[in-house]
Design a protein around this ligand. Structure first.
Ligand SMILES: [Zn+2]
Length: 222
């Protein structure tokens, strides 16, 4: 496990302190780290001065070299870029030509990607799935419409193959949304031409990515 040091500022009392951080995790060699990432424990810090406990945001690499061929996710808090190159030690260690490398801006998105790849799904298809699902809900009660879906797991419910999502509205959890896996397969077909475009670098694959690709498709058709 690689560790480093970083300075955090307490959001309550503004006290500055140096903490030990873990800028990268390889769950293939350190499997126990997976749970610490998912629970957020790895990002936790406690203020020396006022005792406040919270999450420290710093660039972080999550690597799984085995599950479904392996994947890498780079968390850069509040990152505005749509893709980044991975540099330094990590770049030397990892060569991800055929495996997904993804850029995410927050912890919920990091978990979303981990669960998607662990379930053996294609995250680009899942993002299209989210866009279409949210669009279909526009006619429902406006108070109850989520504005964000995060994948949690694939499970059999009453004999049916389902995909489960955590539904958020204004960053607050509304509940769990269950959707049939068959709709995912429909998305694989309906999004067909956009899957052929290669994803280079470490890219942000989210709803914006899907919308941009769908827009390009329309332009070529016209
Ligand atoms: Zn404090």
């Amino acid at each position: 496990m690689i560790t480093d040091e970083d300075v955090v500022v307490c959001p309550v009392c503004e006290h500055e302190q140096t903490i030990t951080i873990c800028p990268s995790v390889n769950v293939t060699t350190d499997p126990e780290m997976r749970e610490k990432v998912l629970s957020g424990e790895i990002f936790e810090f406690t203020c020396d001065k006022c005792g406040f406990s919270g999450y420290a945001g710093y660039p972080f690499v999550y690597e799984d070299k085995e599950t479904n061929g392996g994947f890498l996710i780079y968390l850069e808090p509040d990152c505005e870029d749509r893709e980044v190159g991975i540099e330094g030690d990590i770049a030397d260690q990892v060569i991800y030509h055929e495996r997904p490398m993804r850029l995410v801006p927050d912890m919920n998105s990091l978990k979303d990607k981990i669960f998607i790849f662990e379930a053996g799904l294609d995250d680009r298809v899942v993002e299209l799935f989210k866009v279409l699902t949210l669009a279909k809900m526009q006619d429902d009660d406006p108070e109850k419409i989520p504005d964000e879906l995060k994948f949690t797991k694939r499970a059999e419910i009453n004999g049916e193959d389902m995909l489960l999502f955590a539904a958020f509205r204004n960053e607050e959890l509304l509940g769990t949304l269950e959707m049939p896996y068959s709709l995912y397969q429909t998305c694989v077909l309906s999004g067909e031409p956009i899957w052929d475009v290669p994803v280079t670098e470490c890219a942000a694959i989210d709803q914006q990515w899907v919308m941009e690709r769908l827009g390009e498709e329309k332009e070529t058709e016209e």
